[in-house]
Design a protein around this ligand. Structure first.
Ligand code: AMP
Ligand code: GLY
Length: 423
């Protein structure tokens, strides 16, 4: 099987690492990849959003399966373009990817499918939005409707904060066109969990849950990021809760998407709040989370490749996935200045020593090779340092032992990944 993974972050490194272990694999490419991915796949210098070039490459190399990591190629129609070229792609059509691309669309589908979610309203007019905020009171959540790289959400503790968010998003347009409309939501309270299901249009298979750490600072403080660490499974996410999520959130959503003529194929990522009244949907994404994917791939015992093929071919119903009875934990190491202005070019050393820590696994994200061969920081989130263990505590200790072996003065990480479960 000839496979092309699209993307170049820690998530894509984890996907390549998992796929590289498949006996079905004959050739693995990654576009654009990164220096870590280059150890398990051939990296191709094509941007993850260059749909025509990706499809042309896949056609030329007789790629049999395309595995997109990030959402952007999906919202840009990579799955549609692959379908038109007769190439399998495990991701939703652009139409189905609107579940992530438009928060209002996500809420409409959720309501139509009776999925438990926060009460909401959408506004294109800033004054009307302000009036609604005054009527509802705080705390309240204000979101730019379009894609804003995870940064268009303000959980406002006061009415003044919510009004300031309207001014920034709708009037100053700090997220550009994504702020032409806003979704305003009831503030949900509880433990936040990311849940993943592999979908073939009609059947969904649980891929497990993880807990992310979105704020840059310890104790969940400071600005939002793409995610500073994750662990799996979250102790709060019991089998009973998973059953409820599948029955009340995932399956009804799949049925609704199919009924609309836009069946969902790919990885459905439900951002959940475990509230006192049961699990509620915060949002859908149409892909694996980063760094949640790294945590999940370390626990997957089954071969990922046949599962992805079965999802493409509508044959998930006869499929099952097996997981190691282990915990995993991922610490993201970011470049100083992240998320506002990460500094590029600092030299990273010690990765061999880190990888030699028992049960540790390193995934690259924003790394690059300098001309002299040195590994340097080239992005915000630079490394995912992950580990498994019989307990979450053991996984955490192994992950931080590996972090401590990394010699990178230009980077930083949170020292408290897992704190919600471990204290
Ligand atoms: P989103 O981009 O929609 O995932 O939102 C980013 C973060 O804001 C989420 O991970 C939550 O922590 C928080 N958030 C979003 N919507 C709500 C809500 N309705 N209630 C409470 N927190 C929320
Ligand atoms: N870690 C959250 C995300 O990938 O959206």
């Amino acid at each position: 099987m000839r496979v092309l993974v699209v993307g170049g972050g820690g998530r894509e490194h984890a996907l390549c690492w998992a796929l590289a272990g498949s006996p079905l694999l004959t050739k693995l490419w990654c576009a654009p990849g990164n220096p870590g991915i280059a150890e398990v796949a051939d990296c191709v210098p094509i941007g993850a959003e260059d749909i025509p070039a990706l499809v042309e490459f896949a056609r030329r190399e007789s790629v049999e399966l395309v595995v997109p990591g990030p959402e952007a190629p999906l919202t840009l129609g990579l799955a549609d373009a692959c379908a038109a070229a007769g190439i399998r792609c495990i991701g939703p059509s652009a139409e189905a990817a609107r579940l992530e691309g438009s928060k209002a669309f996500c809420k409409q589908v959720a309501d139509a499918a009776f999925v438990p979610t926060a009460a909401w309203a959408r506004f294109e007019d800033a004054d009307a939005a302000r009036a609604y905020i005054h009527a509802q009171g705080a705390p309240i959540v204000v979101k730019a409707d379009g894609l804003a790289a995870g940064k268009g959400v303000v959980v406002a503790q006061t009415v003044a904060e919510a009004e300031a968010a309207i001014a920034e998003i709708m009037e100053a347009r700090v997220h550009g066109a994504a702020g032409a409309s806003v979704v305003i939501e009831e503030c949900l309270v509880g433990e936040e969990v990311s849940f993943f299901a592999l979908c073939d249009g009609t059947t969904a298979l649980p891929l497990g849950a993880a807990q992310d750490h979105k704020r840059v600072g310890e104790g969940d403080t400071g600005p939002n990021t793409g995610g500073m660490g994750a662990f799996s499974p979250p102790p709060a996410f019991t089998d009973a809760i998973q059953g409820e999520v599948m029955a009340r959130i995932i399956r009804p959503t799949l049925a609704e998407m199919a009924a609309r003529g836009t069946p969902f194929r790919g990885v459905l990522f439900a951002g959940l709040m475990l509230t006192a009244a049961g699990p509620k949907l915060i949002e859908f994404n149409v892909r694996f989370g980063d760094p949640e994917c790294q945590a999940l791939m370390l626990r997957l015992r089954s071969d990922l490749l046949p599962a992805l093929l079965a999802a493409c071919d509508g044959e998930l119903a006869r499929f099952d996935l097996r997981w190691e009875k282990l915990s995993s934990l991922v610490v993201v190491m970011a470049a100083e200045g992240y998320p506002a202005a990460p500094r590029k070019g600092s030299v990273i050393q010690g990765l061999e020593a880190a990888a030699a820590v028992p049960h540790a696994q390193l995934f690259h994200a924003g790394t690059a090779r300098r001309e002299d061969g040195a590994l340097v920081a080239a992005g915000g989130r630079v490394l995912s340092v992950a580990a498994t263990g019989p307990t979450l505590l053991a996984a955490r200790d192994a992950a931080y032992a590996a972090v401590d072996a990394v010699d990178w003065p230009g980077g930083f990480c949170r020292r408290d990944i897992g704190w919600r479960a471990l204290g």
